[in-house]
Design a binder for this molecule. Structure first.
Ligand SMILES: *[C@@H]1O[C@H](CO)[C@@H](O)[C@H](O)[C@H]1NC(C)=O
Ligand SMILES: *[C@@H]1O[C@H](CO)[C@@H](O)[C@H](O)[C@H]1NC(C)=O
Ligand SMILES: *[C@@H]1O[C@H](CO)[C@@H](O)[C@H](O)[C@H]1NC(C)=O
Ligand SMILES: *[C@@H]1O[C@H](CO)[C@@H](O)[C@H](O)[C@H]1NC(C)=O
Ligand SMILES: *[C@@H]1O[C@H](CO)[C@@H](O)[C@H](O)[C@H]1NC(C)=O
Length: 487
């Protein structure tokens, strides 16, 4: 790739830079504290959720302006959620740092990527690293490959980082090699309260579930955010004005055992208790749920199971949202169930009414799980009726599920292997029970695995990452061995 090529179709932003950068040495937030940069755009614009985006006027204090050029995407995929911020990008052939002047505390940092040819740079030639201060967010990240693997036209990667007081948030994009380039379409920063360290999560690995506090400055990456049994919630409909996206859960259900999904009785009102501020999750999450079904004998013979693919070698925080929303479950010990994570008991005798205090009252519980190895692995979240307390109904319920990856402290990194998370497709699902399930699921799995193996073989040849990883129950990463995800 000719590094010096500057194309006629690139939109140069000199005039807007000259007018905006004069007094600034970094990007300043608006009144709400939120920042949205439509990278490579020539003017401010609004997206389909009503969010206003500013063009990314390049601050003068950072690396030379030549490091980044504004470019327009060559093609608008019809499934792009919005023109803004995806259709313009800033393309970097050398390292470039955006400095954000944010107040200290925790923020959501979202990076928007649309793999496209930008000028004469082919989508497939992009490979980059991204850091936030000393923390590695992405390493040798291939946007095209990830988008292909997810079967998405574009990607939004959401991180949560704690910014120390007196420091700017410095986000650096760096091409992985001289023949590759880095780019970004949009950067969004949304200040948030500390939603992670309270309550103290339960470590689900090992014989006895135990509490394990997290360091307050831990960085997270959102892996999944599901409105279980409900519909997708667009960022504009999120609570707390955090602009989170909540997806449906059906595609992550194991086999045909999807149970039943339903919404609240009309006479039930969702009442947030002081321990669950409304910004934790919108009403729409708690107002819909999935249960096992009405037949106790059937329920005793299966687990209501979600399977979520994640990067191996990290700790994960799993947040399970609950709310009883239908008659007749209004009293304690009507419905009680066990929660298994990766086949280990995370919680016994979960009684939502007992924990929340009543029908329509939300509650959530947090679990930590350690994954080992490299590449990707599956998290199994399974619910099964609890018989020990002799509840009135043998059933289970779940309203929402979030999965966050924790930074590794040994390598100061959140970057996983550059591999695909294949979508488990709903249309490929069989609709009769048990035996057929495993055969069909096996077939689907075989296809997924062969895709994965192909890509993975190439990847491991190049990287030869070691799988050895010592497991510990100490603080995240402290006793883990090799810096697997850092070269
Ligand atoms: C990125 O991934 C795509 C699809 O797997 C591949 O064709 C391309 O060569 C990769 N790019 C780089 C620079 O590795
Ligand atoms: C950020 O980290 C500091 C410790 O470095 C901690 O005192 C503070 O509570 C954290 N803030 C949030 C919002 O997590
Ligand atoms: C709420 O509505 C359901 C039907 O939707 C009904 O069975 C139940 O008795 C009602 N509960 C109250 C307290 O009115
Ligand atoms: C959990 O158990 C199932 C079935 O026994 C098995 O296929 C799966 O690999 C296990 N998952 C984990 C994470 O150990
Ligand atoms: C449910 O999952 C647990 C943990 O993996 C397992 O021990 C149990 O056998 C499963 N039950 C059924 C009915 O599949």
């Amino acid at each position: 790739m000719a590094k010096s090529a500057v194309l006629p179709c690139l939109l140069l932003l000199i005039s807007s830079i000259m007018s905006r950068a004069a007094a600034n040495n970094g990007h300043r937030p608006s009144n709400s504290g939120q920042i949205r940069l439509d990278c490579g755009a020539s003017a401010s614009a609004t997206d389909s959720d009503g969010r206003a985006w500013d063009s990314d006027a390049v601050p003068r204090s950072a690396t030379p302006m030549a490091a980044g050029v504004a470019a327009a995407a060559s093609y608008q995929d019809p499934s792009l959620p919005s023109f803004v911020p995806y259709m313009t990008a800033r393309v970097f052939t050398s390292s470039y740092t955006y400095s954000f002047l944010v107040s200290s505390g925790r923020v959501f940092l979202r990076l928007y990527f649309y793999p496209s040819d930008y000028g004469d740079r082919a989508a497939a030639d992009s490979l980059m690293g991204v850091t936030a201060g000393r923390l590695t967010l992405l390493h040798d990240f291939n946007v095209s490959q990830t988008a292909l693997g997810l079967n998405h036209a574009s990607l939004v990667l959401e991180f949560s980082v704690n910014v120390s007081s007196g420091r700017s948030l410095d986000v650096t994009f760096r091409p992985s090699s001289a023949s590759t380039y880095a780019f970004v379409n949009g950067i969004e920063i949304v200040p948030m309260p500390d939603i992670f360290t309270v309550p103290v999560p339960t470590l689900a690995n090992g014989e006895r579930p135990d509490r394990m506090p997290l360091p307050a400055d831990t960085a997270f990456q959102t892996m999944y955010r599901l409105n279980v049994g409900g519909e997708a919630i667009s960022p504009g409909d999120d609570s707390g004005r955090f602009y989170r996206r909540w997806d449906t859960d059906t595609q992550y259900m194991w086999g045909v055992a999807e149970g039943v999904h339903y919404r609240k009785d009309p006479n039930v009102t969702i009442k947030y208790p002081p321990s669950v501020p409304p910004y934790i999750a919108p009403v729409a999450v708690y107002a819909t749920a999935r249960s096992m079904g009405p037949a106790a004998q059937v329920n005793l013979n299966y687990n209501l199971t979600w399977i979520l693919t994640v990067d191996a070698g990290f700790y994960y925080l799993l947040r399970l949202h609950f709310c009883e929303i239908q008659f007749p479950i209004t009293k304690e010990n009507q419905r009680s169930f066990d929660i298994y994570i990766n086949n280990q008991t995370a919680r016994q005798s979960m009684d939502v009414i007992l924990l929340s205090g009543g029908s329509g009252v939300p509650v959530y519980t947090d679990y930590l799980i350690i994954t080992t190895g490299s590449g990707q692995t599956d998290l199994w979240i399974a619910l099964h009726p609890d018989v020990t307390t002799k509840p009135q109904y043998l059933d289970a319920i779940l309203n929402g599920l979030e999965v966050f990856k924790l930074q590794r402290y040994d390598s100061n990194s959140l970057a996983g292997a550059n591999l695909l998370i294949p979508q488990k497709q709903a249309p490929g699902k069989p609709n009769t029970k048990s035996a057929v399930v495993s055969v069909a699921a096996g077939g689907l799995l075989a296809v997924l695995i062969s895709c994965l193996c192909g890509a993975y073989a190439i990847y491991t040849c190049r990287r030869r990452r070691k799988a050895a990883l010592e497991q510990s129950h100490g603080l995240p990463g402290t006793a883990e061995s090799s810096a697997l995800f850092n070269n």
